[in-house]
Structures are given as C-alpha cells and as structure tokens.
Design a protein around this ligand. Structure first.
Ligand code: URA
Length: 217
C-alpha cells in the first residue's frame, strides 16, 4: 500500500481539519459536513495526480487546445453514513464517476466493547478493471474497510484501489496495509496516534456520523 499523508505538508487543508476537530465549531453540522466535503475535494485533487491521462483535442471559439484528460473509469464507493459528505466532495471533482454505497456497522454481540463489522447493504455497478475510490472518513480499526474489500469481490476486480480517508489511527492503517493489493493507495489527511477502548480515534473528532447527521438510537 502506498500511503499519502497529506497533512505532512502545510496547506489550507489544516484549517478544514482543525474545524472538524474543534469541539465548538464541529457542533455546527452544516459547517461540519461542508468541511468534510472540502477535505474530499482536496484529497480528490491530490489523488487525481496518480491517475492516467490521455490527450484530447478541445475545440475553443478560436482554435483547438490539446488537453490531457483522465482516462480511468472511476467508481466512487462510500461507506454509509459518515461517508456521504466525503463522497459528495469527491463527486464534486469526479463528476462523471459511477457510484456505489455500502452500509457497514459495528455489531456488538455481547453488549461490550467487542464488535464485528456487518456489511448489510451494497449497491454498486461492476468495478471490474475500473479505478475504485473507496471513501471511509474515519479509518479507526480498519475492520470496515477490510469487510468492504471482501464484499466488493462479487462486483469484479478493480484495476486499482484508492482509499480516501480524513483521519486515521496508526493501528488501523497498520491493520489494512497488507490486506489490500500492493498497488492500493491510501489518501489520508491526518494520522492520529491512538484508539480508545471503544475504537474511537484519539484525539480524532468524535463520531463523524453523529456530527454530520445527528445522533442515532
Ligand atoms: N468512527 C468515528 O466516527 N469516529 C471515530 O473516532 C472512529 C470511527
């Protein structure tokens, strides 16, 4: 796996990340969603540099301009529900991508901190030989991404996978590293040190789904 830790270099991205982490600012859910979307746009721009390009002649009012345009067939798949604003940010730039949605949740069979990931819903086009962008904003334990990798097998084998994440924990990244094909890229804005005993990233930001869409039962 090739890891791109985008906050390693300072940019306007730092402002978006600090706002989603800030315990006061993050309470404005409209701003929270929009910041995640803006982060999706930045990560999408960064990952676009790794895609394939082909020359296309574009007719202007005054002549012809040869432009290099992305030639990959992009399928954008997001893990519900926290992935939705990140999905929108990526879709703002990859506006002709096909789309897929996956619901994966933590099931606590013994009502304690132990959980397994259940993939319940998966709606996607074929991904065979296509470029799969997999959006999961919080890469905590990494278990949902691995469960999704298993579940997508029936949709074909992608040519390449780009995982797009906002904040990840070191242990989660370590966990997924060898489970995805070697040519997989991880585009991650921020990497945090720890997970707490409930599987939340520390310092992280809290529950991204709740902050974007409200608490659930
Ligand atoms: N999901 C979240 O929303 N936050 C975390 O810290 C971990 C998983």
């Amino acid at each position: 796996m090739i890891i791109h830790h985008i906050q390693e270099n300072n940019s306007i991205l730092n402002k978006f990340i600090s706002e989603i982490r800030d315990v006061t600012i993050q309470k404005d859910s409209l701003r929270f969603r929009r910041n995640i979307e803006r982060i999706g746009e930045v990560l999408g721009y960064e990952l676009s540099k790794e895609l394939s390009y082909t020359n296309v002649d574009i007719k202007t009012p005054l002549g012809t301009s040869r432009e290099k345009l992305i030639s990959n067939d992009v399928v954008l798949c997001s893990i519900l529900r926290a992935g939705l604003p990140l999905h929108q940010g990526l879709l703002n730039y990859f506006d002709d991508a096909e789309n897929g949605f996956i619901s994966a949740y933590r099931h606590h069979p013994n009502n304690n901190a132990d959980f397994e990931i259940v993939v319940e819903y998966f709606a996607a086009p074929t991904i065979d030989n296509k470029t799969l962008l997999l959006a999961d904003p919080m890469l905590a334990t990494g278990q949902s991404l691995v469960a999704v990798l298993e579940a997508i097998k029936k949709y074909g084998e992608p040519k390449e996978i780009h995982i797009v994440s906002v904040i990840g924990a070191k242990d989660g990244i370590e966990f997924i590293k060898d489970k995805f094909p070697k040519n997989t890229h991880l585009w991650i804005a921020a990497i945090d040190e720890e997970l707490n005993d409930k599987g939340y990233i520390v310092p992280g930001l809290g529950d991204a789904g709740d902050l974007a869409f409200g608490e659930k039962l």
